[in-house]
Design a protein around this ligand. Sequence first.
Ligand code: FUC
Length: 782
Amino acid sequence: MVVQFRKIFIVFIGIIAMDVSDGFALGQNKLWYNQAASNWLEALPMGNGRLGAMVHGGVSQEHIQFNEETLWTGKPRFYAHQGASKYLKEIRQLLFNGKQQEAQDLMADEFMSEPRSLMSYQPFGDLIINFPTHTDYSDYQRELDLENAISKVSYFVDGVKYEREMFISYPDQLMAVRLTSSQKGKLDFDFHLESVHFKKSVFTNYDEQLLEVRPGDEPQRFTGISEESVLTGQAGVKIITDGKVTPKYKEILVSGASSATIYLTAYTNFINFQDVTGNPKAKVNQALKKFETLDYESIKKKHIEDYQALYSRFELEFSGENRENIPTDKRIYEFWKDPNDPALLSLYVKYGRYLMISASRPGGQPSNLQGIWNNQINPPWKSKYTTNINAEMNYWPAEVTNLSECHEPFIELVNECAITGELTAREHYGCNGWVLHHNTDIWRGTAPINLPFIGPWPSGSGWVSHHIWEKYLFTQDEDFLRKEYQVIKKAAQFYSEFLIEDPKTGWLISTPSNSPEIGGLVAGPTMDHQIIRSLFKVCIEASGILGADKAFADSLEMMLPKIAPNQIGQYGQLQEWMEDKDDPNEHHRHVSHLWAVHPGKDINWEDTPELMEAAKQSLIYRGDNGTGWSLAWKINFWARFRDGNRAYKLIHNLLSPAEEPEKKTGGGSYPNLFDAHPPFQIDGNFGGGAGIVELLVQSHLNSIDLLPALPDALSEGKVSGVCARGGFELSFDWKGSELEEVSVLSKAGKECTLRYRDKKVKFETKKGKVYTFNKELKNTYK
Ligand code: FUC
């Protein structure tokens, strides 16, 4: 039934696409433009999880800036500050005595990571293709086709149509750039590799070119990079063409061709966070040999099949006015003026899925602050993994939009931080288990970094460990849970030893810490207690499922009621700290004390309505503005508060042009739909996409809640392949803001409870079976 539903759906989509386009430029599931990118934020991203590229689509010059996910500065190391734990007691005492500044000073001197900062994600290189005679052109179009993960450029010069087709293949681990002319022999161009790195060399070998780069500071210019990298990057390109190839010292010339394909790949010597003994030169040479033998059409087919195996599992369509025939850069301006473009929201969700498939594949690095795309030696926040919201947000859509595999690199990062975090737990706190603070990098640093009033936030490990549990909840894969359980257990173990009794209240509290990134170093921020409490519950539940560690689970159970509770303050707000000192005029971007509303679940309408009301009040005080990720988080909060219209208001802010000076709300989207903090951060793309889906289905409590927060603007639509906790995959549609039909595929044979408004139905399921219901939640399929 689900399959059938999907088929009908795809045919339907096909008809719409045919109506408005003949396959290029216009149509659904595309970003498209009438001009080339004039800067990086107009260029279009491609990627296979390991290689990333930004295509500018220029006419007389194509610029494809590329990345390889492991090219970072630095080297394998532990960042823990030896002996820091000697100062823990004193820092805690200073905080108890109200001496925040002194506590921060001591923290700065004795407790921060060594070195103080983490390392940076690096750009790799640039593929430049020159078409010197292409100056007068017409009918320019470029697009990114999300259905096939293919980017295209086309235009006419002197009656000849020139086309470029580009993709990055996961199965073949390469980027392909296919150039064609509509008339025989009309393609003349040259191409070469270059890089922004100071230490680089380029070597031409007939129809191939090799680029070697090594990140590091340029001696004459201070770039902010404190050390060189032990990583070397090697990239190689090869041309396959029916034209004439003439190698030059710096570039390769091609003339009289009808078609030409440039293949590119790149590697570094990074093997894992402790091992950099890889041989990128050998890998590139091997790839160059393979390129010779490739048939373009077959690798393209393989690429599409591989990509669609992930992408096509999920479909989303919102009916209503549709502005697909407006170029994407203009469309976001239209949306800002009049947010009546429901299809832009579904495009945003699908683009988020595209970005995830392109940036996060099993066996690779997780999506960093910019996914996999970065053109700067000194990128914002070093483009690393900020774990007090940003890195986790990147993975909010993974399970629910049916991309569980793409979640794996992040789970791997959690496992690796659990290794480095043991040393940090010991050196900084004298505790067992593992701890991660507010940031990590490719070397899996876990100690508190940078500022002594932001970095020392010990709840990163608690938060990221939830991703293991969430993956289990969605997949119901017990083997996975068994394999990963120690990571959860050891995270809980750390907190069980780290929490101390507050001399004033007698509660167990987390100190020293910080409510990200507001209010300085404190004892007992609310967020920490929400995360730790939730982690203990997760650990207890997991130990029950696996029949392991009962004594440890019992000890956590005993601690639970002693952890400082959520408190309602003088303004009816949920307190951000132990003391009732929230400022109702504070519009800080972080809303950390609402963690238990989302992504946590302990504060909800069913079990804790008063706390839910207080949390809502806090969010109202914080306001509807914010950086990109902040808007995205607020969309998710409003979804949980079941106020779809308020969420839509924030979606309006998030999807409007970032660069419009009149737009005063912060955040927004760049012409290529990248999320703007500003600057570009990818978290808002993922968090915003997840928030839109959260309006349609929620499963964090004991039921699968259908259309819990549907905005009036999305009164009609359909979704298929959306996942719910308990191992379910759903397809449903709605009209006039009313549910029509829902089908549930049970992937694990667990009991299911569906809920639609005040109706609920609970039923047993069999693995692999589909169950369908109407809006009364009456079974319509036996
Ligand atoms: C946190 C946020 C900033 C930024 C950075 C990457 O520190 O407070 O706004 O998103 O992460």
